[in-house]
Write a protein that binds this ligand. Structure first.
Ligand SMILES: Cc1cc2nc3c(=O)[nH]c(=O)nc-3n(C[C@H](O)[C@H](O)[C@H](O)COP(=O)(O)O)c2cc1C
Length: 285
């Protein structure tokens, strides 16, 4: 039998049911042909095909799907996986999606370390193109850290405008200077926290993965009673200013895609808005 790179199968637990073979996206698991002498003996374990290691997406579906917990993947054992838990009723998910709002008014208070941990941990599970998973989350977990960004952004913008050195890509933000001067937090919306999501530009779906992550983070945060707001303007500002970008400490090889603000909301919405409906179009044969 060929060794199975990454994958270890416990022969005592494996039911030879082929569920892992069937579910493998890359099709790299197979049952070897049995010779007539073997035919009556216990059937063989799944094997890994030639070149399979290179084609493996490392999605771990084989580990996840095995009904008897016989398969370990790169040292990750089935008994260490999160158990399959209860899911919310569709009505609750629908409420969450409808009732999520962009929050622009927050309590000046840090979110608990426990909720912060939950938010971080679930980010390991977001889908990425080709299962790339090289997302990087840069957190501002303390309101004082976020304050330092608020101040830096505001003073940088004012100084650049004053000296006529505001990059053309950011020229539209000059209009916000009077509001910033009057204490209005245009870019960070008084949020106590933010997370900056970056990705290597060569990741297959670098243009999408961070947005999926932000969207899932937003939904999870809402379920914890937190408010969020996508900070597209702050993202543009960071990307248009080397000095501001540097403060984010994003390593070389990663590009910033989106900043998401979050914290405990200080506003309560009594009802749901009535957005213009999207267009849904039906295909025909
Ligand atoms: C990619 C993206 C960027 C956004 N950037 C900002 C922003 O910079 N500032 C802001 O206040 N809201 C921002 N928003 C929030 C939208 O403007 C918001 O969705 C819209 O006002 C509708 O409100 P709702 O999210 O409560 O339905 C952004 C949303 C998205 C999806």
């Amino acid at each position: 039998m060929k060794p199975l790179p990454f994958i270890e199968i416990n022969p005592r637990l494996c039911a030879r049911c082929g569920t892992c073979v069937h579910d493998c996206l890359a099709g790299i698991l197979f049952f070897p042909e049995r010779s007539s002498s073997e035919a009556d003996s216990v059937s063989s374990l799944p094997e890994f095909c030639e070149g399979g290691a290179e084609r493996c997406f490392q999605c771990q579906h084989c580990l996840a799907v095995c009904p008897t917990g016989a398969l370990s993947f790169a040292g990750k054992r089935p008994e260490d996986s999160f158990p399959i838990g209860k899911l919310p009723e569709p009505e609750l998910v629908r409420n969450l999606l409808r009732q999520r709002r962009s929050i622009r008014d927050y309590r000046r208070e840090n979110v608990s370390a426990e909720i912060m941990r939950e938010l971080r941990n679930v980010m390991d599970f977001v889908p990425t193109g080709c299962n790339d998973h090289r997302l990087r989350f840069t957190w501002s977990s303390d309101v004082k850290v976020t304050d330092s960004f608020r101040e830096r952004v505001s003073s940088w913008l004012q100084e650049r405008e004053l000296t006529g050195t505001l990059p053309a890509s950011l020229a539209r933000f000059a209009a916000f200077i009077p509001a910033l001067k009057s204490g209005k937090d245009i870019f960070f919306r008084n949020a106590p926290h933010f997370v900056a999501i970056s990705v290597p530009p060569e990741a297959k779906d670098a243009h999408i993965d961070p947005f999926i992550a932000a969207s899932q983070l937003e939904i999870l945060a809402s379920a914890f009673g937190l408010g969020t707001c996508w900070a597209g303007m702050a993202t543009d500002l960071f990307n248009g200013s080397d000095e501001l970008y540097e403060k984010l400490n994003i390593p070389d090889g990663f590009v910033l895609k989106i900043v998401l603000l979050f914290g405990i909301p200080a506003v309560h919405y009594a009802r749901v808005p009535q957005p213009e409906p999207c267009v849904h179009q039906e295909l025909e044969t």
